[in-house]
Design a protein around this ligand. Structure first.
Ligand code: URA
Length: 217
């Protein structure tokens, strides 16, 4: 796996990360969603530098100009529901991409510490030979991403996968490294050291889905 952790370079990205973490700011759900979207735009811009380009001739009203344009067939896939604002940020830039949505949630049959990942809803075009951008804001244990990777297989094998995440835990990154193809890129804004006993990233930001969309039963 090729890991690109973006907050190690000083940039405006760190302002957006600090606002989604800050408990006095993150309660404004519209601002929380918009900040995640802005982070998605930055991650998307950075990953666009590694895509394939072909030269095109553009006709302006006054002449012709050669421009290199992306030629990958891109599918944006997000894990519902927390992935939606990140998906929106990617879609703002990759506006011609196809889109896929998959649900994955933590089911706690016994207690809070133990959970299994349940994948239910899945709507996706063919992924065969495409460039898959898989958006999941919080890479905690890595279990959801691995369960989603398994479910996506029935729609074909992508040429390459770019995982797009906002905050990750080192443990989860180690876990997904073992399950995703070696040429997978991980684009991540920030990495924290630990998980608590409920599988939440510490210090992280809390529950990204609840902060974006409100609590659920
Ligand atoms: N999902 C979240 O929203 N937050 C975490 O810390 C871990 C998983």
């Amino acid at each position: 796996m090729i890991i690109h952790q973006l907050n190690t370079t000083n940039s405006i990205l760190n302002t957006f990360i600090s606002e989604i973490r800050d408990e006095s700011i993150q309660q404004d759900s519209m601002r929380f969603r918009r900040n995640i979207e802005r982070i998605g735009e930055i991650l998307g811009y950075e990953l666009s530098k590694t895509l394939n380009y072909t030269k095109n001739i553009i006709q302006t009203p006054l002449g012709k100009k050669e421009v290199s344009l992306i030629n990958n067939d891109i599918v944006l896939c997000s894990i519902l529901r927390a992935g939606l604002p990140l998906h929106q940020g990617l879609q703002n830039y990759f506006d011609k991409a196809e889109n896929a949505y998959i649900s994955a949630y933590r089911h706690h049959p016994n207690n809070d510490a133990e959970f299994e990942i349940v994948v239910e809803y899945f709507a996706s075009p063919s992924l065969e030979n495409k460039t898959l951008l898989l958006a999941d804001p919080m890479l905690a244990t890595g279990n959801s991403l691995v369960a989603v990777l398994e479910a996506l297989k029935k729609n074909g094998t992508p040429k390459e996968i770019h995982l797009v995440c906002v905050i990750g835990a080192s443990e989860g990154i180690e876990y997904i490294k073992k399950h995703f193809p070696k040429n997978t890129h991980l684009w991540i804004a920030a990495v924290d050291d630990t998980l608590n006993d409920k599988g939440y990233i510490i210090p992280g930001l809390g529950d990204a889905g609840d902060l974006a969309f409100g609590e659920k039963l």
